[in-house]
Design a protein around this ligand. Structure first.
Ligand code: SAM
Length: 217
């Protein structure tokens, strides 16, 4: 197994970098399903990053407790700052998500925003199986990701952009993965079903709501 990438160096400028390159779009993507996340009580945010989304989730859902997993100390530090007074409802886990063992047996909310693209398809599969066995029957999993739409937009814009992003993160963080995983196939294989999907920027960004496969029957 490769070492997890090191996002410490970019943690301080991560939000500014994002705004300079994608404006409000990544944030909109993360928040696509936020109105549907007000009743969950036990959340798991994997590859949480600087915690801006977790802070917003804690604000919108006053009862949720969150386990936040990230391999970067600096990102977790930013998360703690961003969560402010609500940080008491977050347990932070400095760990490689591929090796971390969940402590809760019944998460009803899982969140991975722009994290699965740090893993290979096989790694997503292993993680999805592990999380499935620690999720309640009514659990939902929110996924935000880059995507390569069909047609000219995919060839002319999305492919070079995704390639460029992987190149930049290789240089900045040592990220070894260099292509988008087939996370949809991996999630289905692990017992998850896509319930809903929203596309932004012509399909360059996707936000998806997944549930356990029993919810789709
Ligand atoms: C591209 S950033 C996304 C952060 C945040 N979720 C967002 O929406 O901006 C990926 C995050 O995943 C973390 N990460 C990458 N690989 C990891 C791994 N194997 N285990 C735990 N965290 C990891 C990084 O430290 C970083 O904070």
């Amino acid at each position: 197994m490769n070492r997890a990438p090191n996002f410490n160096r970019v943690a301080l400028i991560y939000a500014a970098m994002e705004k300079a390159t994608f404006g409000p779009w990544l944030w909109r993507c993360r928040c696509s399903f936020l109105p549907e996340l007000t009743t969950q009580r036990s959340g798991l945010v994997v590859g949480d990053g600087d915690g801006r989304f977790t802070a917003k989730l804690l604000e919108e859902n006053s009862l949720v407790l969150v386990d936040a997993v990230d391999a970067s100390t600096e990102m977790l530090h930013k998360l703690s700052c961003n969560a402010g007074l609500r940080a008491g409802r977050v347990r932070m886990h400095l760990a490689d998500a591929r090796e971390w063992e969940p402590e809760n047996s019944a998460y009803d909310l899982i969140v991975t925003h722009f994290f699965l693209d740090c893993l290979t398809t096989a790694e997503v599969g292993t993680l999805a199986h592990k999380i499935r066995s620690h999720a309640s029957a009514n659990a939902v999993w929110v996924v935000s990701e880059f995507a390569i739409p069909k047609g000219w937009l995919g060839w002319l814009i999305a492919r070079p952009l995704v390639l460029g992003l992987y190149g930049a993160f290789f240089v900045l963080t040592g990220l070894r993965v260099q292509r988008l995983p087939k996370y949809g196939e991996a999630l289905v294989e692990a017992g998850w079903a896509r319930l809903s999907e929203k596309k932004l920027l012509g399909g360059l960004l996707v936000s998806e709501l997944w549930g356990t496969d029993s919810q789709a029957e």
